[in-house]
Design a protein around this ligand. Structure first.
Ligand SMILES: NC(=O)c1ccc[n+]([C@@H]2O[C@H](COP(=O)([O-])OP(=O)(O)OC[C@H]3O[C@@H](n4cnc5c(N)ncnc54)[C@H](OP(=O)(O)O)[C@@H]3O)[C@@H](O)[C@H]2O)c1
Length: 283
Protein backbone atom coordinates (compact mmCIF):
# COMPACT_ATOMS: atom_id res chain seq x y z
CA UNK A 1 0.00 0.00 0.00
CA UNK A 2 1.23 3.48 -0.90
CA UNK A 3 0.81 4.77 2.68
CA UNK A 4 3.34 2.23 3.91
CA UNK A 5 6.05 3.55 1.62
CA UNK A 6 7.62 6.61 3.21
CA UNK A 7 10.01 8.52 0.97
CA UNK A 8 13.29 7.83 2.79
CA UNK A 9 12.86 7.27 6.50
CA UNK A 10 16.53 6.74 7.43
CA UNK A 11 17.39 10.30 6.35
CA UNK A 12 14.25 11.95 7.79
CA UNK A 13 16.10 13.55 10.72
CA UNK A 14 19.41 14.09 8.93
CA UNK A 15 20.96 17.56 8.55
CA UNK A 16 23.62 16.26 6.21
CA UNK A 17 25.63 19.14 4.71
CA UNK A 18 23.44 21.92 6.14
CA UNK A 19 24.77 25.37 7.04
CA UNK A 20 23.48 26.89 10.29
CA UNK A 21 23.84 30.05 12.35
CA UNK A 22 23.17 30.00 16.11
CA UNK A 23 22.96 33.23 18.11
CA UNK A 24 23.65 32.82 21.80
CA UNK A 25 25.49 29.67 20.74
CA UNK A 26 28.43 30.05 23.11
CA UNK A 27 26.73 28.37 26.09
CA UNK A 28 23.46 27.06 27.51
CA UNK A 29 20.58 26.10 25.24
CA UNK A 30 22.24 27.57 22.14
CA UNK A 31 25.32 25.40 22.63
CA UNK A 32 23.09 22.34 23.16
CA UNK A 33 21.31 23.13 19.90
CA UNK A 34 24.54 23.77 17.98
CA UNK A 35 25.93 20.45 19.16
CA UNK A 36 22.76 18.71 17.97
CA UNK A 37 22.93 20.36 14.53
CA UNK A 38 26.54 19.23 14.06
CA UNK A 39 25.91 15.70 15.32
CA UNK A 40 22.91 15.42 12.98
CA UNK A 41 25.26 16.06 10.05
CA UNK A 42 25.49 19.83 9.53
CA UNK A 43 28.59 20.88 7.59
CA UNK A 44 29.05 24.37 9.05
CA UNK A 45 27.63 25.82 12.24
CA UNK A 46 28.38 29.47 13.01
CA UNK A 47 28.48 30.23 16.73
CA UNK A 48 27.64 33.78 17.75
CA UNK A 49 27.54 35.70 21.02
CA UNK A 50 29.04 39.00 22.18
CA UNK A 51 32.20 37.56 23.73
CA UNK A 52 34.72 36.44 21.13
CA UNK A 53 36.59 34.22 23.62
CA UNK A 54 33.34 32.42 24.58
CA UNK A 55 32.54 31.76 20.89
CA UNK A 56 36.05 30.41 20.31
CA UNK A 57 35.91 28.06 23.33
CA UNK A 58 32.46 26.80 22.33
CA UNK A 59 33.71 26.07 18.80
CA UNK A 60 36.76 24.25 20.18
CA UNK A 61 34.44 22.02 22.24
CA UNK A 62 32.14 21.41 19.27
CA UNK A 63 34.98 20.69 16.86
CA UNK A 64 36.33 18.10 19.32
CA UNK A 65 33.08 16.07 19.24
CA UNK A 66 33.94 12.53 18.13
CA UNK A 67 31.05 11.88 15.75
CA UNK A 68 31.00 14.81 13.32
CA UNK A 69 30.60 14.42 9.56
CA UNK A 70 34.05 14.59 7.88
CA UNK A 71 34.92 18.26 7.28
CA UNK A 72 32.14 19.52 9.57
CA UNK A 73 33.15 22.65 11.44
CA UNK A 74 31.93 25.13 14.04
CA UNK A 75 33.06 28.69 13.26
CA UNK A 76 33.09 31.58 15.80
CA UNK A 77 31.38 34.81 14.65
CA UNK A 78 31.16 37.16 17.65
CA UNK A 79 28.53 39.91 17.39
CA UNK A 80 25.94 41.78 19.44
CA UNK A 81 22.56 40.71 18.08
CA UNK A 82 20.74 43.40 20.10
CA UNK A 83 21.79 46.10 17.61
CA UNK A 84 21.26 46.42 13.86
CA UNK A 85 24.99 47.13 13.38
CA UNK A 86 25.77 43.95 15.32
CA UNK A 87 23.39 41.88 13.18
CA UNK A 88 24.89 43.33 9.99
CA UNK A 89 28.38 42.59 11.29
CA UNK A 90 27.27 39.00 11.96
CA UNK A 91 25.90 38.71 8.42
CA UNK A 92 29.17 40.08 6.99
CA UNK A 93 31.24 37.57 8.99
CA UNK A 94 29.06 34.62 7.96
CA UNK A 95 29.06 35.77 4.31
CA UNK A 96 32.87 35.43 4.21
CA UNK A 97 32.45 31.65 4.61
CA UNK A 98 29.19 30.83 2.80
CA UNK A 99 26.82 32.10 0.12
CA UNK A 100 23.77 30.53 1.74
CA UNK A 101 22.31 29.56 5.11
CA UNK A 102 19.84 26.67 5.64
CA UNK A 103 19.10 27.07 9.36
CA UNK A 104 18.95 30.15 11.58
CA UNK A 105 18.50 29.73 15.34
CA UNK A 106 17.48 33.07 16.87
CA UNK A 107 18.34 31.99 20.38
CA UNK A 108 20.26 34.80 22.10
CA UNK A 109 18.18 36.26 24.90
CA UNK A 110 18.45 38.12 28.18
CA UNK A 111 16.27 38.67 31.22
CA UNK A 112 15.94 41.12 34.10
CA UNK A 113 14.34 40.46 37.46
CA UNK A 114 13.15 43.34 39.62
CA UNK A 115 9.92 44.25 41.42
CA UNK A 116 7.15 46.08 39.60
CA UNK A 117 7.43 49.43 41.41
CA UNK A 118 11.13 49.89 40.66
CA UNK A 119 11.38 47.89 37.41
CA UNK A 120 13.68 50.12 35.30
CA UNK A 121 12.74 51.47 31.89
CA UNK A 122 16.32 50.79 30.73
CA UNK A 123 16.09 47.09 31.69
CA UNK A 124 12.74 46.67 29.92
CA UNK A 125 14.19 48.32 26.80
CA UNK A 126 17.36 46.20 26.89
CA UNK A 127 15.38 42.97 27.10
CA UNK A 128 13.00 43.99 24.30
CA UNK A 129 15.90 45.11 22.08
CA UNK A 130 17.63 41.73 22.21
CA UNK A 131 14.66 39.36 22.61
CA UNK A 132 12.30 40.94 20.05
CA UNK A 133 13.79 43.72 17.92
CA UNK A 134 17.09 41.85 17.58
CA UNK A 135 15.26 38.71 16.44
CA UNK A 136 13.32 40.64 13.79
CA UNK A 137 16.50 42.34 12.53
CA UNK A 138 18.32 39.01 12.48
CA UNK A 139 15.64 37.22 10.42
CA UNK A 140 15.20 40.15 8.02
CA UNK A 141 18.94 40.56 7.41
CA UNK A 142 19.51 36.82 6.94
CA UNK A 143 16.44 36.26 4.72
CA UNK A 144 18.39 36.63 1.44
CA UNK A 145 20.92 33.96 2.51
CA UNK A 146 18.12 31.72 3.79
CA UNK A 147 16.30 32.06 0.47
CA UNK A 148 19.34 31.16 -1.66
CA UNK A 149 18.76 27.37 -1.60
CA UNK A 150 15.24 27.29 -0.18
CA UNK A 151 12.60 25.33 -2.09
CA UNK A 152 9.18 23.79 -1.59
CA UNK A 153 10.83 20.40 -1.13
CA UNK A 154 13.65 21.65 1.10
CA UNK A 155 12.62 24.81 2.92
CA UNK A 156 15.13 26.75 4.99
CA UNK A 157 14.37 27.02 8.69
CA UNK A 158 14.21 29.67 11.36
CA UNK A 159 13.79 28.57 14.97
CA UNK A 160 13.18 31.25 17.62
CA UNK A 161 13.88 30.49 21.27
CA UNK A 162 10.88 31.91 23.11
CA UNK A 163 9.83 30.57 26.53
CA UNK A 164 6.84 29.21 28.40
CA UNK A 165 6.95 32.67 30.03
CA UNK A 166 5.56 33.89 26.69
CA UNK A 167 2.58 31.53 27.00
CA UNK A 168 1.73 31.87 30.70
CA UNK A 169 2.44 34.55 33.28
CA UNK A 170 6.15 34.98 34.10
CA UNK A 171 7.81 35.54 37.46
CA UNK A 172 6.03 38.20 39.55
CA UNK A 173 6.96 39.90 42.80
CA UNK A 174 10.48 40.82 44.00
CA UNK A 175 12.24 39.37 40.95
CA UNK A 176 9.48 40.19 38.46
CA UNK A 177 10.45 39.51 34.84
CA UNK A 178 7.77 41.71 33.22
CA UNK A 179 9.85 42.80 30.24
CA UNK A 180 11.16 39.28 29.67
CA UNK A 181 7.73 37.68 29.76
CA UNK A 182 6.28 40.34 27.43
CA UNK A 183 9.27 39.93 25.08
CA UNK A 184 8.79 36.17 24.84
CA UNK A 185 5.06 36.55 24.05
CA UNK A 186 5.93 39.22 21.46
CA UNK A 187 8.56 37.12 19.74
CA UNK A 188 6.21 34.12 19.59
CA UNK A 189 3.65 36.19 17.73
CA UNK A 190 6.38 37.66 15.53
CA UNK A 191 7.25 34.06 14.64
CA UNK A 192 3.67 33.30 13.59
CA UNK A 193 3.54 36.43 11.42
CA UNK A 194 6.86 35.61 9.78
CA UNK A 195 5.81 32.00 9.21
CA UNK A 196 3.05 33.21 6.91
CA UNK A 197 5.18 35.96 5.35
CA UNK A 198 8.21 33.79 4.63
CA UNK A 199 6.55 30.43 3.94
CA UNK A 200 6.00 31.34 0.27
CA UNK A 201 9.71 32.19 0.06
CA UNK A 202 10.54 28.66 1.22
CA UNK A 203 11.40 29.50 4.83
CA UNK A 204 9.61 28.03 7.84
CA UNK A 205 9.54 29.95 11.13
CA UNK A 206 8.83 28.11 14.36
CA UNK A 207 9.40 28.76 18.05
CA UNK A 208 10.51 26.63 20.95
CA UNK A 209 9.25 27.40 24.44
CA UNK A 210 11.58 25.89 27.02
CA UNK A 211 10.59 25.63 30.68
CA UNK A 212 13.37 25.57 33.29
CA UNK A 213 16.77 24.43 32.04
CA UNK A 214 19.74 25.03 34.33
CA UNK A 215 21.89 27.72 32.65
CA UNK A 216 23.71 30.92 33.51
CA UNK A 217 20.47 32.81 32.87
CA UNK A 218 18.15 30.61 34.91
CA UNK A 219 20.38 29.59 37.83
CA UNK A 220 19.55 32.65 39.96
CA UNK A 221 15.80 32.10 39.59
CA UNK A 222 16.20 28.38 40.17
CA UNK A 223 18.04 29.09 43.42
CA UNK A 224 15.27 31.47 44.54
CA UNK A 225 12.65 28.86 43.77
CA UNK A 226 14.18 26.19 45.97
CA UNK A 227 17.07 24.90 43.89
CA UNK A 228 17.46 22.30 41.17
CA UNK A 229 16.14 19.41 43.15
CA UNK A 230 13.00 21.13 44.46
CA UNK A 231 12.12 22.55 41.06
CA UNK A 232 12.77 19.22 39.40
CA UNK A 233 10.45 17.43 41.82
CA UNK A 234 7.71 20.02 41.25
CA UNK A 235 7.69 19.29 37.50
CA UNK A 236 5.06 16.80 36.23
CA UNK A 237 7.95 14.78 34.73
CA UNK A 238 9.92 15.06 38.01
CA UNK A 239 12.98 16.70 36.46
CA UNK A 240 14.16 19.92 34.80
CA UNK A 241 15.03 20.23 31.13
CA UNK A 242 18.35 19.01 29.78
CA UNK A 243 20.41 19.36 26.60
CA UNK A 244 18.89 16.40 24.77
CA UNK A 245 15.41 17.84 25.21
CA UNK A 246 16.46 20.91 23.20
CA UNK A 247 18.47 18.80 20.74
CA UNK A 248 15.52 16.58 19.82
CA UNK A 249 13.09 19.39 19.07
CA UNK A 250 15.65 21.50 17.20
CA UNK A 251 16.67 18.58 14.96
CA UNK A 252 12.99 17.76 14.34
CA UNK A 253 12.17 21.35 13.32
CA UNK A 254 15.25 21.78 11.12
CA UNK A 255 15.30 18.39 9.36
CA UNK A 256 12.97 17.02 6.66
CA UNK A 257 10.86 15.64 9.52
CA UNK A 258 9.74 19.19 10.33
CA UNK A 259 9.48 20.53 6.77
CA UNK A 260 5.71 21.11 6.93
CA UNK A 261 5.66 22.53 10.47
CA UNK A 262 5.36 26.31 10.22
CA UNK A 263 4.25 28.93 12.73
CA UNK A 264 4.28 26.40 15.57
CA UNK A 265 5.34 26.93 19.17
CA UNK A 266 6.60 23.80 20.89
CA UNK A 267 6.72 23.70 24.69
CA UNK A 268 9.69 21.80 26.14
CA UNK A 269 8.83 21.92 29.83
CA UNK A 270 7.63 18.51 30.96
CA UNK A 271 4.07 19.86 31.02
CA UNK A 272 4.85 22.41 33.77
CA UNK A 273 3.02 25.18 31.87
CA UNK A 274 -0.26 23.54 32.80
CA UNK A 275 0.54 23.67 36.52
CA UNK A 276 1.90 27.21 36.49
CA UNK A 277 -0.49 28.43 39.16
CA UNK A 278 1.22 26.12 41.66
CA UNK A 279 4.73 27.56 41.15
CA UNK A 280 6.21 30.86 42.33
CA UNK A 281 8.79 31.43 39.60
CA UNK A 282 8.71 30.92 35.86
CA UNK A 283 11.36 31.64 33.23
N1 LIG B 1 17.44 28.38 30.62
C1 LIG B 1 16.13 28.42 30.69
O1 LIG B 1 15.53 27.90 31.63
C2 LIG B 1 15.33 29.07 29.58
C3 LIG B 1 13.94 28.92 29.59
C4 LIG B 1 13.18 29.50 28.59
C5 LIG B 1 13.79 30.20 27.58
N2 LIG B 1 15.14 30.36 27.59
C6 LIG B 1 15.73 31.13 26.48
O2 LIG B 1 16.79 30.39 25.91
C7 LIG B 1 17.72 31.29 25.30
C8 LIG B 1 19.12 30.92 25.78
O3 LIG B 1 19.16 31.09 27.19
P1 LIG B 1 20.13 30.25 28.16
O4 LIG B 1 19.33 29.80 29.30
O5 LIG B 1 20.93 29.30 27.37
O6 LIG B 1 21.01 31.47 28.71
P2 LIG B 1 22.56 31.72 28.83
O7 LIG B 1 23.30 30.51 29.26
O8 LIG B 1 22.67 32.96 29.65
O9 LIG B 1 23.00 32.02 27.31
C9 LIG B 1 22.68 33.21 26.68
C10 LIG B 1 23.49 33.28 25.39
O10 LIG B 1 23.14 34.48 24.69
C11 LIG B 1 24.32 35.26 24.44
N3 LIG B 1 23.96 36.67 24.44
C12 LIG B 1 23.47 37.42 25.45
N4 LIG B 1 23.28 38.68 25.04
C13 LIG B 1 23.63 38.73 23.72
C14 LIG B 1 23.66 39.74 22.73
N5 LIG B 1 23.31 41.00 23.01
N6 LIG B 1 24.07 39.41 21.48
C15 LIG B 1 24.45 38.15 21.18
N7 LIG B 1 24.46 37.15 22.07
C16 LIG B 1 24.05 37.44 23.33
C17 LIG B 1 25.27 34.86 25.58
O11 LIG B 1 26.64 35.07 25.29
P3 LIG B 1 27.43 36.49 25.54
O12 LIG B 1 27.24 36.84 26.98
O13 LIG B 1 28.84 36.20 25.14
O14 LIG B 1 26.81 37.49 24.61
C18 LIG B 1 24.98 33.36 25.63
O15 LIG B 1 25.64 32.68 24.57
C19 LIG B 1 17.27 32.69 25.68
O16 LIG B 1 16.53 33.26 24.63
C20 LIG B 1 16.37 32.44 26.88
O17 LIG B 1 15.42 33.46 27.06
C21 LIG B 1 15.93 29.81 28.56
Amino acid sequence: MAEAQLHDFPSLFSLDGKVAVVTGGSRGLGLNAASALLQAGAAKVFISSRKASACTSACAALNALPNLRPGAVAIPVPADSATLEGVRDLLAQVSKHTGHVDILLANAGATWGEGFDTHPDSAFAKVMDLNVRGVFNLIREFAPLLQKRASVEEPSRVVITSSVAGLGVGTLGKQGTYGYSASKAAVLHLGRNLAVELGPRGITVNSICPGFFPSKMSNGLLEMAGGLEGMGKANPMRRLGRGEDIAGVVVYLTSRAGAHVNGAAIEIDGGALWQRGQLDVKL
